[in-house]
Structures are given as C-alpha cells and as structure tokens.
Design a protein around this ligand. Structure first.
Ligand SMILES: Cc1cc2nc3c(=O)[nH]c(=O)nc-3n(C[C@H](O)[C@H](O)[C@H](O)COP(=O)(O)OP(=O)(O)OC[C@H]3O[C@@H](n4cnc5c(N)ncnc54)[C@H](O)[C@@H]3O)c2cc1C
Length: 375
C-alpha cells in the first residue's frame, strides 16, 4: 500500500473539509451549467487552488506536485463533480501559461488563478477535431497589433465562465498557443450542449480576434509541447477524481446493503452482494495505489512518466465505471431512482473515460510504446 506523508495528509484533510461543506448542496452544484456560487466560494476560501499554480506566481510550491493535485481531486470528487472540475480546470486551463507565458503575462493572470479570482479555460477541441489534436484548424497568424486567431473551439469547460482561454491553433507548418482574454473583441461564446452529467461547457468562435504578441505561449509553431506538458502533470489527477467517485459509489451502496434486509438477512450477507462490494473495494484500493504511485513519480519527470499516468487514468476511470455500475445493481430498484445520489454518481462517472485522453486512445498509444520495447 502507498502511504501518504504528513504533508499530503494535511492537504487531503483540507480538501475533505471543503468537500464536506459542499456535500449538502452537491446535488444542486452538479446540476449546474454555470458556476455554482457556493461551491466557488468554498473552494476559494480553502486556498486549494494555490496548489495548481507555481509559487513564483502566487501558488504553493515551486513546481506543481501531481500527487497533491490527485489527492485533492479524489477528495473533492467524492462529494461533487462540479467542485472537482472547478479545482482541476484552474490548473489544466493555466498550466500552458505557467510554463510558456512571458513573466508579464504570468504576473497578470496567475496570482488571480491561484486565488480563484480569475477562472481558466483550455481551448483545444474543435467541432471536427477531438482526439487527433494535431489536426486542429484554428489559425493563429501574425497581424498588425499582434496575433490574429480565427476558428472555432467546442466543448470547452468553463466556456462562458472563464476569464481567459489558452488556445491551440495552427501557425504555418506548426502549432502555436495564445492566451485570449474572455472579453477580447471578436470572441463569441455560446452555451455548449447539455450533457448527461451537467458541466460548464461553451462553444467559442474566434472571428479574427487580435491579441498582443506578448500573449503568445511557448515558441511559435512549437507549442504543441505545452499541451503535452499539461497532460503530463494533470492526466493522473483524473485518476484521482475517478478513485474519489468510485469510493463514493461504494459507500453509498454499502449504506444500502447493510441496512436493507431480504430473505431475513441484510443484503450484504447474500453471496453475490458480498462478492460485489468486496470486488469494488479491491478495485478501488488497486486504483488508488496505482494513482498515488504514478502521481508521485510524475513529480520529478512528468513527461518521462506519462505512460504510467496514462495507465493510472485508464485503470482508475474504467474501475470507477465498473464500481458505480455494480453499486447501482446491488441497490436494486433504489439504484434506479432519478435524483438519487447513486444516479448522480453513475452519470458523473461516464465522462471520465472520454476526456483528457479517451481510454482507447491511451491504450493505443500504450500499445505502440510496448511495441517499441517500453515496459
Ligand atoms: C465533460 C467534457 C469536458 C471537456 N472539456 C474540454 C476542454 O475544457 N477543452 C477542450 O479542448 N476539450 C474538452 N473536451 C473535449 C474532449 O477533450 C474530447 O471529447 C476528447 O478529446 C475526445 O474527442 P472526441 O469527443 O471528439 O472523440 P473522438 O476523437 O471522435 O473519438 C471518439 C472515440 O473513438 C475512439 N478513438 C479515437 N481515436 C482513437 C485512437 N487513436 N485509437 C483508438 N480509438 C480511438 C475512442 O473510443 C473515442 O472515445 C471535453 C469533453 C467533455 C466530455
């Protein structure tokens, strides 16, 4: 078993207390397609967002610690997917700025990201482009006054709520990234589709938006690496979220099967039900151990450990899917009630296997790495 040290346990305690405070209105927060003020305030007051920003710009530690981030996401997701997303996206949305922005740009935005006074967004996906991000069609080009951005981005978390977006586009024969403030002239944001698990989603249209050259992130035409750097630090944090959700589903099922009786006994005494909960426990502990180990190793060399982060993401999100499905099953008809907690968990589990690298995409790249001799 992987033991957290005292520092990580302290952060975990702080995250548990925010999650506990949000628990009473988690149903309402998880139904939101805009920022839930109570969840935002609880997260802001906790100061936890400081953990996704480097210390030089108002954050907590000199370099981000994937294990700290994963442990926080596990605790937050246990109570609310909305809360988890608000926290996670502050890092996912701002990391390319943290590693690729000019000092001036970083000083302008990052302290506010750390204090949750500015909300971050990352705009990669387009209507026609999802997993194959090298195929993006949004154009970034030099123009009088700086850089011009033209194109459409789709399914963008925090779209409409964020204060800025880090945008990936094509520039000449390569990929570039720029920071576009939400109020930039020429940027139109409309509400995204309603998902089975409600989420703050926006569709972004950039109609010749011009930003200063100083808003460039990374090196012109070589900025795809910023995207990979973001994934290397944050992919494993999705595994943390999955572990938190799976634990919540098991705990919910346990409450039911230890109190409801059939055939003169609590459900948990019935063979198949006991097997089910024990198997879920086994899968959760395995996923947690793998997640913590992958996250701990990612601290010193995130890019070098991306395979293990991908393995943790696949392992934990697929396990969460199985655990929540099993939990619904052993709750019988009570697992099927609309508006129940288990229904919310069942819906919230589903997107985890699609975003930040769909399971099949990650397995495909892991298989290619194995073919090249990695293990
Ligand atoms: C809740 C939510 C929030 C999101 N937030 C953001 C955001 O903030 N910013 C952003 O830019 N995007 C965001 N996205 C978009 C997300 O990143 C994409 O959904 C994801 O990259 C997958 O792309 P796609 O949905 O277009 O699926 P596609 O690329 O069309 O793939 C569909 C399926 O095909 C299979 N597949 C695809 N490629 C391969 C392959 N190489 N090998 C094997 N199988 C493959 C997989 O099963 C995959 O699920 C979000 C999505 C969701 C659901």
């Amino acid at each position: 078993m992987f033991d957290l040290d005292a520092g990580h346990r302290e952060v975990q305690k702080a995250a548990h207390s925010v999650a506990a405070a949000v628990e009473e209105f988690a149903d309402e927060a998880d139904a939101c397609t805009s920022v839930h003020p109570g969840a935002l305030e609880a997260l802001r007051a906790s100061g936890l967002a400081r953990h996704v920003v480097p210390a030089a710009f108002g954050g907590e530690s000199e370099t981000l610690d994937p294990l700290t981030i994963a442990v926080i996401r596990e605790a937050l997701m246990y109570s609310s997917a909305h809360l988890d997303s608000l926290f996670g996206m502050q890092g996912v949305g701002s990391y390319s700025l943290a590693v690729g922005g000019t000092d001036e740009l970083r000083r302008e935005w990052l302290p506010r990201v750390a204090a949750l006074e500015a909300i971050a967004g990352l705009a990669l996906t387009e209507p026609g482009v999802g997993s194959d991000l090298r195929a993006v069609t949004t154009v970034i080009e030099s123009a009088p006054g700086g850089l011009r951005v033209t194109g459409r981005k789709s399914f963008i978390t925090n779209g409409g709520a964020a204060d800025f977006y880090c945008v990936l586009g094509r520039e000449g024969d390569g990929h570039s990234m720029v920071l576009v403030p939400a109020d930039a002239p020429g940027l139109t944001i409309t509400r995204g589709p309603d998902l089975i698990a409600p989420h703050i989603l926006g569709e972004l249209e950039f109609d010749g938006v011009v930003v200063p050259e100083g808003n460039r992130l990374g090196v012109a035409r070589r900025a795809f690496s910023l995207m990979l750097a973001t994934l290397a630090v944050f992919r494993v944090s999705v595994a943390g979220s999955a572990v938190g959700l799976a634990q919540a589903a098991l705990d919910e099922a346990l409450r039911h099967v230890t109190t409801r009786e059939q055939f003169g006994e609590p459900l948990i005494a019935l063979g198949a039900v006991s097997q089910n909960v024990a198997l879920s426990w086994t899968e959760i502990e395995s996923a947690r151990a793998l997640t913590y180990r992958a996250a701990a190793l990612a601290r010193s060399d995130p890019r070098g450990r991306l395979d293990l982060s991908s393995i943790a993401k696949v392992g934990a999100t697929e396990a969460a899917g199985r655990v929540v499905d099993r939990s619904v099953q052993i709750m019988g008809r009570f697992g099927l009630v609309r508006g129940s907690k288990i229904e919310r968990l069942y819906r919230n589990a589903r997107p985890l296997r699609v975003y930040e690298g769909a399971t099949e995409v990650l397995l495909d790249s892991l298989a290619r790495r194995l073919a090249k001799g990695a293990s």
